[in-house]
Design a protein around this ligand. Sequence first.
Ligand code: CAA
Length: 257
Amino acid sequence: MNYQNLLITTQDAISTITINRPKKLNALNSATIQELHHAFEHCNTDPQTRVILLLGSGDKAFVAGADIKEFADFSEEKGRELAQKGQELLFDFVANLETPVIALINGFALGGGLELAMAAHFRIASDTAKMGLPEVSLGVIPGYGGTQRLPQLIGKGRAMEMIMTGGMIDASQAMEYGLVNHVVTLDELVDCAKGIASKIIKNSPNAIGQAIGAINAGFEDGIDGFQKEINAFGHCFGTPDFIEGTTAFLEKRKANF
Ligand code: CAA
């Protein structure tokens, strides 16, 4: 696909997807959401890709939210459709990918931008990052999973306060809340993510995909996460990765996945 709003590179089994609308602070219009869906699907099935890094272009924003211009005149029905389609195509899609996705929050991550970062499997922020869900200031609520994923990550009370005030928190507050795993300088952000990615790549991609599914199951209504774990654990025993991992251990060598 010829991307208009994304840049994609792959090196050393790490694919980097950069949302590239810096003049609009990388706001998510529908074309960008479509392109992101395609890019994530492509990277997830690409045998050369073992970890996906997601960031925003420029040094000001990760993503400043859904594109407000696009939905300013929407009806109730179109609003519902916007949220449903966006969640299916991008936010739930990313959260459920088997390939690990790390969001690199390099500036503003607001509204749909923070929701996208929260859909990733974990987050690293630069010390310049600012995060918030300001939707109530526009007369709407977060529609791309924010009311669900923010309390899962930081707890109900803190999520209530952030969503009701619509305010922004800085990187150190986000770290204290557990919203991001690491805070580094902007210059160190990509290297920090690549360092973590290189540790992930040493492990079984199949087992990692199964672990993501089992962890996510614990946050899904009507699904028994413990049962999902039992099934995923059993599934691993039938894979070449399991044979390689256990054989390498017994032969006192490093596994080659
Ligand atoms: N949608 C569309 N355009 C946006 C945008 C957004 N979410 N955020 C920024 N832009 C555009 C601005 O309109 C501006 O474009 P022009 O130069 O053509 O006017 C450009 O990006 C630069 O932005 P600013 O001039 O506003 O930059 P600033 O440094 O003064 O302010 C900011 C930065 C505080 C992030 C401010 O841009 C802002 O508040 N943006 C909106 C944040 C927001 O409300 N996000 C939530 C969106 S709703 C949502 O996401 C719904 C959902 O959950 C589904």
